[in-house]
Design a protein around this ligand. Structure first.
Ligand SMILES: *Cc1c(COP(=O)(O)O)cnc(C)c1O
Ligand SMILES: [Zn+2]
Length: 413
């Protein structure tokens, strides 16, 4: 079967647009556009067994019919998706939790789940004949765009905050991207891209301003449903910046229900942010539909240092409709959680992923979650991308030191 994509539809005003033209946000109201699919046809003709029989090496492209690329030859892939859902028994043990899972997105190309969204966006841009793509990024999205853009032979322009981790700056450069360091945050970078895009013939793939990244992230929801044998967990804890992951999963669950592969039960969708940048948490607590721009955003979790999100209403909607919640955790709790996840599971999570475990502990202590709940923690990125947050602890040995053995073991003779 081919892609079942029909067109683009505005999530706010409902206006519809052709999918074979370049689009960003809704030309009528400025809000987010979603790709829409022929789900009736999927219900009749698409078989779970068919998708499950495809090679795992296809990764997220096993879901081709529900992704927006018309011609498979336009797909630009580096092997993204099909990441493990790891039972986290050691991590859950102190809490009596036996149904805790980690979705291990750190093994994606470029080390974060951004690979899924950018694989979809660059593939679709490739199909639309785009040659020049620009993006403001907190770092990881810029790295993923750079990798896929290089593979597609495109010219990529990335705008990141000046204080982006060194490793990520280098990573973006090695792919041949034209990089800019902005004295400010991702929102400042976004303004620069917006104001210079048309003059420079850039296709702007900012979070949720480009309609297809969200469908790459949607495959997270498909995979979780498949990995749990077509039921959904009680809760999913997600570190939200711009929110494509949570918005994408919410869309995935809706599509799977319409196809008839899952029922109407939804997980509590739980957003975690850092106390130093928590616009969605504030809006949730205040009962607002949109979030105010967060002032003086600061956190060690760079991927969620996002002071304003164009899809805020979509994130808040998923959280509220699912009976979920939004919590802020401190950077200290994030660092502790990084150690705990690494020690107990062998998963070196980035600070964003670690924030989900910090939130889990908090929500258990507040009895919002129960130890017997089936909960998925989202590790969105590899800790290897932010090693500046980690202290190595070593004892220094000099092979000529006569007391070397005593240093290793004070009881040694
Ligand atoms: C970008 C990013 C996030 C947040 O993702 P959004 O789609 O912006 O909500 C979380 N973790 C990591 C590691 C990221 O790079
Ligand atoms: Zn609209």
């Amino acid at each position: 079967m081919e892609s079942l994509l029909i067109n683009l539809k505005c999530t706010n005003c409902g206006d519809e647009f052709m999918s074979e033209e370049k689009h960003t946000t809704c030309p009528s109201c400025g809000k987010v556009l979603f790709p829409c699919y022929d789900l009736d046809k999927a219900r009749e003709q698409l078989k779970k067994s068919e998708i499950q029989s495809r090679p795992r090496s296809f990764g997220m492209w096993r879901w081709f019919e529900l992704l927006p690329i018309r011609d498979k030859r336009n797909i630009v892939t580096l092997g993204e998706g099909d990441t493990p859902l790891l039972p986290a028994r050691n991590l859950g043990k102190p809490f009596g939790a036996s149904h805790l899972f980690i979705k291990q997105e750190g093994i994606n190309p470029t080390g974060t789940f951004k690979a899924r969204g950018l694989a979809a966006a660059v593939s679709k841009a490739n199909e639309l004949g785009v040659k020049r793509i620009a993006m403001p990024s907190a770092g990881n999205a810029g790295a993923a765009l750079s990798a896929y853009g290089a593979r597609a032979g495109m010219h990529i322009f990335v705008f990141i905050p000046e204080d982006t981790p060194e490793l990520i700056k280098k990573e973006i450069s090695i792919y041949g991207t034209t990089g800019y360091l902005v004295k400010g945050l991702i929102t400042d970078a976004g303004k620069i891209v917006r104001e210079n895009a048309s003059e420079n013939d850039w296709y702007d793939v900012s979070t949720l301003k480009e309609p297809y990244r969200v469908d790459g992230k949607k495959t997270l929801g498909f995979e979780i449903a498949e990995q749990l044998n077509w039921h959904l967990p009680d809760a999913i804890i997600y570190p939200a910046g711009g929110g494509t992951g949570i918005v994408g999963m919410w869309k995935a669950f809706d599509e799977l229900e319409k196809i008839g592969w899952i029922d109407s039960k939804r997980p509590k969708m739980i957003v975690v942010q850092s106390e130093g940048c928590a616009p969605i948490v504030s809006a949730f607590k205040e009962g607002k539909a949109h979030a105010d721009m967060w002032q003086n955003a600061h956190t060690i979790a760079g991927g969620i240092r996002v002071p304003a999100a164009i899809g805020d209403y979509l994130i808040l909607n998923a959280v509220r409709q699912s009976g979920g919640t939004a919590v802020a955790v401190s950077d200290t709790d994030i660092l502790d959680s990084m150690k705990e996840i690494s020690h107990s599971e062998g998963v070196f999570a980035g600070p964003e992923g670690a924030a989900t475990f910090a939130a889990y502990k908090k929500l258990l202590s507040e009895s919002f979650l129960k130890p017997e709940d089936e909960v998925v923690l989202f590790n969105t990125g590899a800790g290897l991308k932010t090693t500046e947050l980690v202290q190595g602890e070593y004892l220094v040995l000099d092979p000529k030191d006569p007391d070397l053995s005593k240093k290793i073991n004070p009881n040694s003779k």
